[in-house]
Design a protein around this ligand. Structure first.
Ligand code: SF4
Length: 236
């Protein structure tokens, strides 16, 4: 993939960006979604353009039941037909996290086994990755580009410029259901052992790996800058 392709989509965002991307890369583009607190906005746009678009959900085995329920609810409500739930490799889990407690001792390694490696495998055959990150989430996301190239793939962030108000207004105007945990104080929602309510924080990602320096699972950035040896090769 060459950066000159950016010229085809200059100045576009939101659905205006998503639509030509899904048209131009039909069958070669995948959405990655956590079905978390703000996921309904991008998923609604995807469903309106092409409900059969592949949507990858990483079923880490550590999600809140509310997230799994919300995933089913959104799939039905939006008519999405391309959602794929991807699980960690059983051999990798047996080797590294046999008792399911790795998150207590090594969150980076746990994310690597339960998220990063499964995603790498799931993305085989796709040239374009679409996700719903926003600049207003701050930290490494504050300078997010709508389009970038990573590991030879085009990465598309249609919602990069959306604010919390924009997202709330979109959800309200399209009558989209809320993730049930947002009603009891959760902000950003990931795996159950690593997510707590946001409390009085103004950080929209407060409650993720609370009390640690970790801010990302390693899917979008390389393990907070630290190299972790992959435990299995990408499955072809
Ligand atoms: S968020 Fe927590 S439980 Fe989920 S994969 Fe990462 S370390 Fe493991």
């Amino acid at each position: 993939m060459d950066k000159r392709i950016f010229e085809n989509y200059a100045g576009l965002e939101g659905r205006q960006l998503l639509e030509p991307i899904l048209r131009d890369f039909r069958g070669r583009a995948a959405v990655v979604s956590s079905f978390g607190a703000e996921s309904s906005v991008l998923l609604h746009m995807v469903a309106e353009v092409d409900p059969a678009t592949p949507v990858i959900f990483l079923d880490t085995g550590k999600h809140f039941w509310e997230t799994l329920s919300y995933r089913s609810k959104l799939i039905d409500r939006l008519g999405l037909t391309g959602v794929r739930s991807i699980s960690p490799d059983a051999a990798d889990l047996a080797a590294t996290d046999p008792d399911g407690m790795l998150h207590k001792s090594n969150t980076d390694l746990c994310c690597n086994v339960r998220k990063t490696i499964p995603l790498q495998n799931a993305l085989q055959g796709f040239d374009v990755i679409i996700s719903g990150r926003k600049r207003y989430h701050g930290a490494a996301r504050a300078t997010l580009d709508f389009l970038s190239i990573a590991e030879g793939r085009l990465k598309v962030e249609p919602l990069a410029g959306f604010s919390a108000l924009d997202l709330g207004a979109y959800m309200k105007s399209h009558d989209l259901p809320q993730h049930p945990l947002t009603e009891i104080g959760y902000f950003s929602i990931g795996c159950e052992p690593c997510t707590t309510p946001g409390g009085n924080s103004t950080d929209p990602r407060a409650g993720r790996w609370a009390g640690t320096n970790k801010t990302e699972c390693g899917i979008h950035w390389t393990h907070n800058g630290r190299e972790i040896p992959a435990l299995s090769t990408v499955h072809n």
